[in-house]
Ligand binder design. Structure first.
Ligand SMILES: CC(C)(COP(=O)(O)OP(=O)(O)OC[C@H]1O[C@@H](n2cnc3c(N)ncnc32)[C@H](O)[C@@H]1OP(=O)(O)O)[C@@H](O)C(=O)NCCC(=O)NCCS
Length: 331
């Protein structure tokens, strides 16, 4: 993957809706406690979108911030890839809605859905376009309004998720920095461990699918947890080894924020110093496609991500989907 044009992230933008739902708020909604949620997940609070605010709204805000920071006009972009499991609608693609909201006329784009690995997969697809020279400026947006598919009477899922958006711009790198390598894998045998059964072609929406709560996230938490700790470490380890690296070489480990225990377990298995691990799940919960860009922003804000740093990204999600990417931070 080192041959040809190197591709870098040249700008980052993020957005979370202002409304905060704390663990103490949840204590009043379901039988749970701040102590249980903190101990089992590491989450203290999450941001939720108000009614009428959609994934494209969060994505467009993050996109505008990334463009502004890069000093680029929306029309300078050539492609827009949107990662999400909560598109505004089944169709048109959320990419079209964000393209229109930011005024990026004359570009092309599409959506990618790989659950919590969506952003990582979209980042790789965008990288390939720039790498081949087909496009020079590609935006990748990861955004989700998870609250639109969560049952707020189900304590096993409602404490975990939050809403948010992030965006990066990909461009050719002329200084040797940028994306180095990636390793992704899907395993559909895990499809029944985390899914939303209703609304698709298998179970189109009916009164019955609504009554049976089929339009909400269903998960076998322990099965997901076990897969996550095993596979996230495995792909990261293989990726590091084939690049002649170990966990000790990584300056910032920026994983998908699903559960603090999954993140720490993965870091330990990789022999990483825990001060290299970026965690912000306490503030945002699991925002699905937005966790990695939000965590990148946290790393920058905390002064833990600098130009030239070796960064390891990793994600795991429904599907199952899993993946990791190595890069040198480029600005
Ligand atoms: C969901 C998750 C936090 C549950 O934690 P856990 O330690 O595995 O807990 P369990 O599912 O074994 O449940 C233990 C008990 O806590 C209860 N419980 C579940 N949610 C609870 C909550 N919010 N508050 C209090 N108790 C809760 C269960 O009912 C169970 O009670 P029981 O022993 O009386 O049956 C954890 O499994 C997890 O994070 N899994 C991965 C999920 C994930 O990351 N999904 C997105 C993937 S990208």
């Amino acid at each position: 993957m080192n041959n040809g044009v190197r591709v870098k992230i040249s700008a980052l933008g993020t957005y979370v809706p202002p409304r905060v739902l704390s663990n103490h708020d949840l204590e009043k909604m379901v039988e749970t406690s701040d102590k249980w949620i903190m101990e089992r997940t590491g989450i203290r609070e999450r941001h939720l979108a108000d009614k009428g605010i959609a994934t494209s709204d969060l994505g467009a805000e993050a996109a505008k911030q990334a463009l502004c920071r890069r000093g680029m006009k929306a029309t300078d972009l050539e492609a827009l890839i949107v990662a999400s499991v909560t598109p505004d609608m089944m169709f048109p693609a959320t990419a079209c809605l964000i393209q229109n909201k930011i005024g990026a006329t004359g570009i092309w784009g599409f959506d990618i859905s790989a659950a919590c690995s969506s952003f990582l997969y979209a980042l790789q697809v965008g990288t390939q376009f720039v790498k081949t020279g087909a496009q020079k400026r590609v935006m990748v947006v990861g955004a989700d309004v998870m609250s639109s598919i969560i049952d707020y009477t189900d304590r096993a899922t409602c404490v975990i998720f939050g809403d948010g958006g992030g965006a990066v711009i990909l461009e050719p790198a002329d200084d040797g920095l940028g994306m180095i390598d990636y390793l992704h894998e899907i395993d559909g045998s895990g499809a029944c461990s985390l899914y939303m059964p209703g609304g698709g072609s298998l179970n189109p929406p009916t009164h019955e699918t609504v009554d049976k709560k089929m339009h909400y996230v269903h998960q076998d938490g322990q099965a997901v947890f076990k897969f996550a700790v095993r596979k996230m470490a495995e792909v990261c380890d293989t990726l590091l080894k084939r690049n002649g690296l170990t966990g000790k070489d990584v300056k910032a480990f920026i994983p998908h924020q699903a559960n603090k225990r999954i993140i720490l377990n993965t870091a330990e298995r990789l022999g990483m110093d825990l001060d290299k691990v970026i965690i912000n799940i306490d503030r945002y919960g699991n925002t699905t496609s937005a966790t990695i860009p939000l965590a990148m922003q946290t790393a920058i804000d905390e002064g833990r991500l600098k130009k030239g740093d070796l960064v390891l990204l990793a994600a795991v999600g429904a599907g199952f989907t899993v993946g990791a990417a190595l890069l040198h931070w480029a600005y």
